[in-house]
Design a protein around this ligand. Sequence first.
Ligand code: DC
Length: 221
Amino acid sequence: MGMNIAIDGPAGAGKSTIAKRAAKELGFLYVDTGAMYRTIALSLLRSGTDCEDEAALAGELDRMQIGMEYKDGEQRMLLNGENVTGLIRTEEVSRMASFSSAKPIVREKLLELQRKLARENDVLMDGRDIGTRILPDADLKIFLTASVEARAQRRYLEQTEKGEKCSLEEIKADIEDRDYRDIHRDTAPLIQAEDAVLIDSSDMTIEEVTERIVSLAKERA
Ligand code: DC
């Protein structure tokens, strides 16, 4: 078995940007588990499945095929063979993923896929329950967080740079809502693993956080 690094934390703490960079520096496979939940959410939206209808949800999950491939180090998500990587970052998908990922049956579908990737590769996997549930024996666990203000500010800048109109207050409220759902759900709530290293990125640059993770990984190797 290779080396496994788990990075968990709330939305907007910079996890995916940082995890991607750290994985590249370490020569590890970067696994974005949020993208897997987003792919399921996209499929549920397309089929108009009501997540609260357990039988319908189970049937739909059985029918859909979630696949992944790596192209030039970039993770691509496949839904029934279709490359949906560019379609899973919308607000609609984010919202659906936040609800559907709280369903145990949805998490069950991804558990083995995630563990298999970790068994077969040196992985840096990011998500919400990687250190607590998916890879409890990971060699290094990071809990990466940042204040709501810092996360809202970052998302606001990102969206205005893309030319999208948005309100800082709305973004803040949205982050607070999503945090609340992620933290208070019964299944795999977002909590820091006891043996995770806490990094608060509010006043750190992407480079600083990446370096900290890379050096921790080298210490543990
Ligand atoms: O990290 P993200 O925003 O791409 O994640 C999308 C959604 O999936 C978000 O609501 C949290 C959820 N998620 C989860 O429940 N468990 C994970 N391991 C990763 C993401």
